[in-house]
Design a protein around this ligand. Structure first.
Ligand code: PLP
Length: 224
């Protein structure tokens, strides 16, 4: 077993049933992804369109590619033209959501997305503010989507060592998702809560995450 395969096994052993793993492979070479694949990993997370364009053809067809980075509207067409994106976890504005929807409709595909909510302290993190997110659902903004399936919520916690703060951020995201699901029972398959990275995924799971995004804990430090 390779180091990468071994680390995946150790992480999987800590995940409760029903929690899935996105292996965040951004900035790592295809050889590293191969090792993860050979250890049974199928969901890979990438944050840059160009990098994904070179990795998709280099990996087997049963890989589920998740886009997890900030996606510029002008890159939506290129990303979706691959027809290989299993999920965009990082839809951070309604404008981006609408662009994904119209491009998906044009291609005749349905794109699965998560809406990213901004719950962290930093002003720089992307995402819907909690009030914006609620307003989007209360205005039933999802009803006019033709080719996009909103599968849930994605969040990142504050970049801090303060575990109480991190837990509070995850709790905020979990409460938002629960509230939206309760108030909009017509939303189908709104069941994914993606939160938690290498250093905080256990806190995220404690708050109800059922998809975690782990990079350095699997592949080691990134070489930028
Ligand atoms: C890079 C990244 C991760 C993985 O972070 P690690 O600390 O390496 O586990 C998770 N989520 C998002 C959105 C990222 O950009």
């Amino acid at each position: 077993m390779t180091t990468i395969g071994h680390r995946i096994g150790e992480i999987l052993a800590t995940l409760p049933e029903g929690v899935r793993l996105t292996a965040v492979s951004k900035f790592h070479p295809v050889e590293a992804l191969r090792e993860a694949y050979d250890a049974g990993q199928r969901i890979f997370g990438e944050s840059r369109v160009q990098e994904l364009m070179t990795k998709i053809p280099a990996m087997p067809d049963d890989v589920c590619w998740h886009f997890i980075g900030h996606l510029q509207t002008n890159k939506v067409r290129q990303l979706l033209s691959t027809r290989r994106i299993a999920m965009i976890e990082s839809v951070d504005s309604e404008r981006l959501l609408r662009a994904i929807d119209s491009e998906s409709a044009r291609l005749g595909i349905t794109t699965r997305v998560l809406l990213q909510v901004h719950v962290a302290l930093e002003e720089t993190k992307f995402g819907f503010l909690p009030d914006e997110l609620c307003a989007f659902f209360d205005d039933r903004g999802y009803e006019s989507l033709q080719a996009t399936h909103i599968c849930g919520i994605m969040a990142m916690a504050s970049n801090t060592d303060d575990t109480a703060r991190i837990s509070a951020d995850f709790a905020t995201a979990a409460e938002l998702k629960a509230r939206i699901a309760a108030e909009h029972p017509d939303l189908r398959g709104f069941d994914t809560l993606s939160m938690g990275m290498s250093h905080d995924y256990l806190l995220a799971i404690a708050r109800g995450a059922n998809l975690v995004r782990i990079g350095s804990g699997i592949f080691g430090e990134r070489q930028y």
